[in-house]
Design a protein around this ligand. Structure first.
Ligand SMILES: Nc1ncnc2c1ncn2[C@@H]1O[C@H](COP(=O)(O)OP(=O)(O)OP(=O)(O)O)[C@@H](O)[C@H]1O
Ligand SMILES: Nc1ncnc2c1ncn2[C@@H]1O[C@H](COP(=O)(O)OP(=O)(O)OP(=O)(O)O)[C@@H](O)[C@H]1O
Ligand SMILES: [Mg+2]
Ligand SMILES: [Mg+2]
Lengths: 250, 250
């Protein structure tokens, strides 16, 4: 049974996209069959895979609105397959708002593909709107990337409430797998305080290891790659490979 | 005539909130009358001013839906006045979508207050949806905080197109004042490359100086302050004070 993991956090810039791309790449490189879903109209995941969103005729937008099947938009990049997005997906939010069963659009779209993949990673946008709700409804597990700073920390409670709502209304089997400490600055006490606080306030597991802050990670998308291809022996790459094996994808 | 400045960038975590709070605080401390508007349902600006969004009965949500006047929700924090938000503002997005003149909700709400302030700074959420459109329609100028990394850089074109649309349809006097280089890591070439690229690709002014990456900035919200109160002689505080004077607010 394939693992379907939503990577969610409504706070902006906490490395959701980076985490989806890097974990996906790490799992792909040990032979897992990986599907990535770009659920963000800003299409950063699509772009960081070296795809130009502006040149796509069909994207996740068309699939969510049932104008195309997921297999029609799937693109292969190295070991990975991606359901890419474009800015049109912002329009899907408006369309879906008035439709019954709007929370299930993504789940319905990917269900036929699940048997072809060992793991599906869903990159959510920085909001708790209908797109993220779709990601949480389609998934069985949630990973929360956490930038260990005050303004990121404060959103965690709200995210967990949203996950509880999704569990009550649209997806009873949803579980929080844990938090990934991203862009971790080990030289400051702030990062350690935030991590300790999140563990104690919310009882969340902090998956190991933290991903260190490293310019190699930020540079990688310049050449349509993630840090594992751009700088495979860097600390960022090592951390994402270690995290990928913690996930124990069968 | 008061300066109304939208601080916008749909990319997450590029220091929009930090820039609004810090520029506001710098201007307030040299005697300008400053109004801050928290246009983000995640209410990070509200929170970083030491206000608990969960304890507010009325917020910008009620004002946007014409259930309350801006003066009824305004709160004073030191030299600053803020129109705070709460998670309810996410509901405003849905409500407004079907209303005529929905882009003008914020402009209409703040117009009566403008004569009381020298400068209004609007903190936009990480999206190009109806809330940011309201911010751009209410403003006369836009400042774009730019985290100098690849995934932030790629959104600038889309933001400028949105600004052009707003200029054509709802706000002909809107001008882009320039880019603020935020969380600038001067030790890496990536930051310099991204800045040079944004200047040449889009002809944007990069306001001086860049704001250096500094843990003092990230720690400040822990105690309901911005870096100017938390660490007034730090490099982050100096940079925001210098940027505030570049704005030449009368
Ligand atoms: N470990 C790291 N070290 C240094 N930079 C990093 C690291 N992880 C991510 N980044 C950079 O931080 C920025 C934000 O990351 P990313 O875009 O993945 O966050 P996000 O949560 O997906 O953002 P959004 O909310 O906009 O979708 C990017 O420029 C990325 O390259
Ligand atoms: N110069 C800086 N040095 C170090 N950290 C910074 C700096 N500026 C901002 N930060 C931190 O970076 C994080 C992101 O900043 P901020 O929340 O202001 O961005 P944002 O663009 O408003 O995010 P969102 O898109 O979620 O609204 C915060 O934890 C903030 O404290
Ligand atoms: Mg992202
Ligand atoms: Mg913000």
């Amino acid at each position: 049974m394939s693992r379907v993991i939503a990577v969610a956090n409504q706070k902006g810039g906490v490395a959701k996209t980076t985490t989806v791309h890097s974990l996906g790449s790490a799992l792909g490189s040990v032979g897992k069959r990986v599907l990535l879903v770009d659920l963000d109209p800003q299409a950063c995941l699509t772009y960081s895979l070296g795809i130009d969103p502006e040149r796509l005729d069909l994207s996740l937008h068309d699939v969510m609105l049932r104008r195309a099947g997921a297999d029609q938009i799937a693109l292969t990049v190295g070991d990975l397959t991606v359901l890419p997005s474009t800015i049109d997906l912002a329009g899907a939010e408006v369309h879906l708002l008035t439709k019954t069963g709007r929370e299930y659009a993504l789940r319905r779209a990917i269900e036929p593909l699940l048997s072809c993949y060992d793991v599906v990673l869903i990159d959510c946008p920085p909001s708790l709107g209908i797109l993220t709700i779709n990601g949480l409804t389609a998934a069985r597990e949630v990973i929360v990337p956490l930038q260990c700073e005050t303004l990121s920390h404060r959103g965690v409670g709200q995210l967990l409430e949203t996950i509880d709502d999704v569990r009550s209304y649209t997806n009873p089997e949803l579980r929080v797998r844990g938090v990934v400490a991203t862009m971790f600055d080990s030289r400051t006490n702030l990062a350690r305080r935030v991590i300790a606080d999140v563990e104690s306030s919310y009882g969340l597991t902090v998956l190991q290891p933290p991903v260190p802050k490293s310019v190699k990670v930020a540079e990688a998308p310049e050449t349509g790659r993630c840090v594992l291809e751009h700088a495979p022996s860097s600390k960022g790459a090592e951390a994402y490979r270690a995290l990928a094996s913690t996930l124990e994808v069968a």
